[in-house]
Ligand binder design. Structure first.
Ligand SMILES: Cc1cc2nc3c(=O)[nH]c(=O)nc-3n(C[C@H](O)[C@H](O)[C@H](O)COP(=O)(O)OP(=O)(O)OC[C@H]3O[C@@H](n4cnc5c(N)ncnc54)[C@H](O)[C@@H]3O)c2cc1C
Length: 313
């Protein structure tokens, strides 16, 4: 298994628990991965194609509902209000969420024309990635830190390779369709907010407030092709200003940290079987854009199916 982000760890847990011994090799381990930066709510964003995303997303949300009962997993179920400036049709992913409804007039601020409200999972990534790592180790899995120059290197001595290298697949598979989508967020102390707020209807910027147990993740940006991991001060100030407009209780909230991550953007998630030049089976599982958390378990289950099909009993 290449990669120790949410995609690699989820697939590794599923494979190991299904009886396939897994060794993860990864250049970066949590908290140094993109996955550690994710806001992270269940919400399909910048991942394609829609029909596969809907299926993976629905299955992942069901697992998050189960895991919300486990304290150590770091998953909170929260209400979301997504605000619209203009009349907006129902989202294509609506069938994946039970109980989603249009907001009433008094549920949206005056500047907005409408909104949607639903319950989703807020995944506290630092806690959750620790939980996945512990679960993987408890099932007998092994993790090694190291940088691979090729898929063949991972294949040496392995019955199969699962490629969950995120943006690293650009180099490992020479995949030019894979591009970074830079995301910057600001972490502040949570002043008592318990509802997720989203505004993607501003043509100039996306805005989101994601309250976790002790802090809030304020976002955001989605800059296709940008690669800098340095937080930009003016961008951070603008994020805080937009979020405070949405949730006035954030005014003066203590700033905790700035974070930047590069989402692995691709016209379609690549989840498919392949072979290395020496015939070793390989399953690719990368390119989840802004939805890696949202799709993680659905994709992990498909990886198990593909590995079962590729390896003789
Ligand atoms: C600001 C921000 C907010 C986000 N919010 C959300 C959200 O609310 N909901 C959601 O679902 N998603 C969200 N995302 C997207 C999500 O973070 C990504 O889709 C997800 O992290 C991708 O996971 P991954 O495991 O594929 O990649 P990564 O976490 O990047 O992991 C890739 C792994 O592969 C390893 N690797 C790469 N190349 C090599 C190599 N050559 N050799 C060895 N190892 C290698 C890396 O070291 C790493 O361990 C957000 C992202 C950002 C930046």
């Amino acid at each position: 298994m290449i990669g120790c982000g949410v995609i690699g760890l989820s697939a590794a847990v599923r494979l190991q628990e299904a009886g396939f011994p897994v060794r993860i090799i990864a250049r970066d381990l949590p908290p140094a991965t993109t996955s550690s930066v994710a806001a992270a709510i269940w919400y399909p964003y910048r991942a394609y194609p829609q029909h596969r995303v809907l299926d993976w997303g629905r299955r992942t949300l069901a697992v998050f509902h189960e895991l919300a009962g486990e304290r150590s997993a770091g998953i909170l179920l929260r209400d979301v209000t997504e605000l619209f400036r203009f009349p907006t049709p129902d989202p294509w992913w609506l069938p994946a969420v039970d109980g989603i409804r249009r907001c009433t007039v008094d549920e949206v601020p005056p500047a907005y024309g409408g909104g949607l409200t639903f319950r989703t999972a807020v995944v506290e990534m630092p806690v959750y990635l620790r939980y996945l790592t512990m679960r993987f180790h408890a099932a007998g899995g092994r993790i090694e830190q190291g940088t691979l120059d090729s898929l063949a290197e991972a294949g040496a001595g392995a019955a199969a390779v699962v490629n969950c290298s995120g943006l690293g697949a650009r180099q490992l598979t020479h995949d030019r369709q894979l591009l970074p989508i830079r995301g910057q967020v600001v972490l502040v102390e949570n002043p008592g907010v318990d509802q997720v707020l989203l505004d993607e209807s501003d043509p100039h910027a996306i805005t989101y407030v994601v309250p976790r147990s002790t802090d809030c993740v304020l976002g955001g940006t989605a800059e296709a092709g940008a690669k800098s991991l340095e937080p930009d001060v003016a961008t951070a100030e603008a994020i805080v200003e937009r979020c405070t407009k949405l949730e006035p209780r954030l005014a003066g909230a203590r700033l905790l940290a700035h974070r930047v991550g590069l989402r692995p953007g691709r016209p379609a998630v690549r989840l498919e079987p392949d072979h290395l030049p020496d015939g070793t089976p390989c399953v690719h599982n990368y390119g989840h854009g802004g939805s890696g958390v949202t799709l993680s378990w659905g994709c992990a289950d498909d990886v198990v199916g593909l590995i079962r099909a590729a390896l003789p009993e």
